[in-house]
Design a protein around this ligand. Structure first.
Ligand code: 1CP
Length: 345
């Protein structure tokens, strides 16, 4: 039964035979089978927007490694794209949004999305995956946090977001208005993903760590709180991940999320200590650069990390951030095998 899946048990803080494993960006460019489908699609955007292909690449890491979860193949930038900002991925030079939001007029022009009309292709991908997975492996739906989406929408590209970060000080009211609008969209998007068949929902707050402590609370954490509260009636567990969370881990644990994701810098012992007190699960946090070591070294580091997290319930193995596109496959296999055999010898 689906509710017996390791991932869902760990999220409920129930005992499991070994930690569940999946990893951020598990469907992506480090896989030759992904690159083949991406080439066949012609562009990243076509790949995203074609449910048969998006479902196919979502399943690739499951077939290759036998992981404990499938994450929907999509991108956090589907929301700005649906709002008319024209999302493009350029070969080698990252992402671009053709129409950035810089003024109150730009913000006022942003439409309220209708999920079943504007993001129907994402919901159709989830429905297909739910059919194929037939309750065997949980499916993770996701979205970007309002602050992280605002960074891309204001800047129009990735990088260190100078325009967005200056707006925190120059035009906080404009920024808050944009974040309100995005909070509504992200909440509705994740509710729609839950209805379509996602078993668990993850919010990527990739750029929350750029803010000061006070601004993190005001411009990111406050909105994460509201998203978690809106999702509660769906009954689906929520995982929150802020890259560079550092000192603010306890506050993230107080949002009501089932689990928090840890980046590679978080100390497993301190995180476990806090999580036990707050009754939340943890997910993380092998350094993605560990996967550039020889396979036997990867196994050693993975085992040491598993030991540090210990065998108490409520732990999900993952990387501390997305897997790098140039990661050797032998290293990934060694990491996965170490987790799958943990505790059995
Ligand atoms: O060329 C290609 O094939 C495109 C590369 C790519 C891929 C594989 C992009 C463009 N997005 C994705 C898929 C993706 N993105 C997934 C599903 C795959 C999986 O996890 O298995 C997910 C969950 C994301 C989420 C995402 N996109 C985040 C949050 C997670 C994180 O890594 O911090 C962010 C920040 C993005 C933006 C984005 N999309 C793509 C790129 C190259 C970027 C980074 C842009 C930048 O900041 O420069």
């Amino acid at each position: 039964m689906m509710s017996d899946a390791r991932l869902l048990k760990a999220l409920r803080l129930e005992a499991v035979d070994r930690p569940p494993i999946w990893f951020m960006r598990q469907a992506g460019r480090y896989l030759p089978e992904y690159r083949a489908v991406r080439a066949q699609a012609g562009s990243f955007r076509t790949l995203l927007q074609t449910p048969t292909l998006a479902a196919q690449v979502s399943l690739q890491p499951l077939s290759r490694f036998g992981l404990d979860a499938v994450i929907l193949f999509s991108d956090i930038l589907t929301i700005p794209d649906a709002m008319g900002l024209d999302f493009q991925v350029q070969e080698g030079s990252g992402v671009r949004l053709g129409r950035p939001v810089r003024t109150a007029e730009d913000a006022a022009r942003l439409p309220c999305l209708d999920m079943s009309r504007d993001l129907d292709y994402v919901l159709e991908t989830i429905e297909r995956l739910r059919g194929t997975l037939a309750g065997q492996v949980p499916l993770i739906g996701f979205a970007g946090s309002p602050w992280t989406l605002a960074c891309y929408m204001i800047e129009g590209c990735g990088g260190d977001f100078p325009t967005a970060r200056a707006m925190v000080y120059r035009e906080p009211a404009l920024l808050e208005g944009l974040l309100e609008h995005l909070t509504q969209a992200v909440s509705e998007y994740l509710c729609a993903q839950a209805r379509a068949g996602a078993d668990c929902l993850m919010v990527f707050d990739t750029w929350g760590g750029l803010l000061t402590a006070a601004d993190y609370r005001r411009f990111s954490l406050a909105f994460l709180h509201r998203i978690v509260a809106t999702l509660r009636p769906t009954g689906k567990p929520v995982i929150l991940f802020t890259l560079g969370i550092g000192d603010w881990l306890p506050q993230l644990m107080d949002t009501g999320a089932a689990a928090v994701g840890l980046d590679w810098r978080c100390d497993p012992h301190r995180s476990r200590f806090l999580a036990q007190e707050k009754r939340v699960a943890l997910q993380g946090n092998l350094d993605p650069f560990c996967l550039f070591a020889p396979p036997d070294r990867v196994s050693q580091v993975t085992n040491a990390l598993l030991q540090s997290f210990g065998s108490e319930p409520g732990y999900i193995f993952n990387l501390g951030h997305g897997i790098r596109p140039d990661t050797p496959l032998e290293a990934v296999s060694a990491m996965v095998a170490a987790v799958q055999h943990f505790g059995s010898s």
